[in-house]
Design a protein around this ligand. Structure first.
Ligand code: TRP
Length: 374
């Protein structure tokens, strides 16, 4: 059996460094490794609409932004099929059948859904005077883990590179596959998640030191930020609030600048930009001892980030001159993705015994049966 990757992002904004270390960097590495037979990367607009029903224009505008971020990061449409979720109607049909295999109670226990219900203010019965939305939980939003199972299984994905927030989704997908195969016969492939390999990449904090980079918190560094924006954001970054004078000992834990260095710095960056230190461990040791100022570490981080961001910016500039081509690439990717998904759907329909018109035997048997009765 082939090794197949499927993963994706919601087009609700430009992609940031959290997306990059959480999954995008991995995808580019996997693409270049040649170890996978097929790779699909999906712009999950239908999923984005499950909690942005009132803002279709935002989703529409960000399809291109995310596509440009993908191409700038180094995804190559020759090797990776980049497509738009809503253009594959087969995914809806799969999700509709999977809905019979999942209980409301199971969805309610999904930790990511739970957290998002809180975050989005979807929970009903909020206190009086509460400014949060109170219209309750949209059914489409509530069932999006099922739709995500359809995304993954439609492509027979073996591997889903994603951050840890996606773990409950993959778990739910595996359960659906299990149930489907047990009930209807083995038509579906059970996927595995491929998590980032270090804790800093798992959940990159925002520049303010808050748990997660998120657009609504305004603590993101975007892949498309200018060198000036990156510099300004890094210089304003949260460090150790007790590290007041250079000679004070400093803390590494919870110090965002060091967390970013964990995620981005490589040994060769030291030789190139900070030759007084052989490694990140040495730099951390000096900071802990005291005598190392934040500004010096921040300058180093800017240089390190620019190693990643500068080539991206350059590629982005080139693609920005060819928007029509970018859309054609998405259209072609969606066409290819649809072929794959409809082949899976054919197998699913057959396994579910709803392939009436393709099943000569069904027709012959019933024909005979009725003839004999006469
Ligand atoms: N849920 C993912 C996110 O919020 C996007 C997504 C949709 C996805 N379908 C997927 C990711 C399938 C991996 C596999 O970013």
């Amino acid at each position: 059996m082939g090794k197949i990757i499927l993963t994706g992002d919601r087009p609700t904004g430009k992609l940031h460094l959290g997306h990059y270390v959480g999954s995008l960097r991995r995808r580019v590495e996997l693409q270049n490794s040649g170890l996978y037979d097929e790779t699909y990367v999906m712009i999950a607009d239908a999923q984005a609409l499950t909690d942005n029903a009132d803002n279709p224009e935002k989703v529409r505008q960000n399809i291109l932004e995310v596509a440009l971020d993908y191409l700038s990061a180094g995804l190559d449409p020759e090797r990776v099929t980049i497509f738009v979720q809503s253009q594959i109607p087969e995914l809806c049909e799969l999700a509709f059948y999977y809905m019979n295999l999942v209980t409301v109670q199971r969805l309610q226990r999904n930790p990511t859904v739970k957290a998002e219900i809180q975050l989005r203010g979807f929970a009903e019965g909020a206190a009086e005077g509460d400014t949060q939305q109170r219209q309750g939980i949209p059914v489409g939003f509530f069932t999006y883990p099922i739709s995500q199972a359809a995304d993954i299984t439609a492509f027979r994905a073996t591997t889903v590179p994603a951050g840890e927030d996606q773990e409950p989704m993959i778990e739910q997908t595996r359960e659906i596959v299990h149930k489907f195969n047990a009930v209807y016969g083995p038509a579906l492939v059970e996927p595995e998640i491929l998590l980032p390999d270090n804790a800093a990449c798992m959940r990159l904090p925002g520049t303010d030191g808050k748990a997660k980079m998120s657009k609504s918190l305004g603590n993101c560094i975007y892949l498309s930020d200018s060198p000036e924006e990156v510099k300004k954001k890094v210089m304003g970054m949260y460090t150790d609030p007790d590290h007041l004078r250079v000679e004070d000992p400093g803390k590494i834990e919870g110090n965002t600048v060091f967390t970013y260095l964990d995620a981005f710095s490589r040994p060769e960056h030291f030789a190139k930009y900070l030759p007084d230190y052989a490694s990140l461990d040495e730099l951390k040791a000096h900071y802990r001892r005291g005598g190392l100022g934040d500004v010096k570490v921040k300058r180093f981080l800017i240089a390190v980030l620019e190693e990643t961001l500068a080539p991206m910016r350059e590629r982005r500039r080139a693609f920005e001159q060819r928007i029509g081509e970018v859309y054609r690439m998405l259209e072609e990717g969606s066409r290819k993705a649809r072929l794959k998904a409809s082949a899976t759907l054919r197998d699913v329909r057959k396994a579910m015994r709803i392939d009436y018109f393709e099943d000569r035997e069904l027709i012959d048997t019933q024909e005979k049966q009725y003839r004999n009765e006469q």
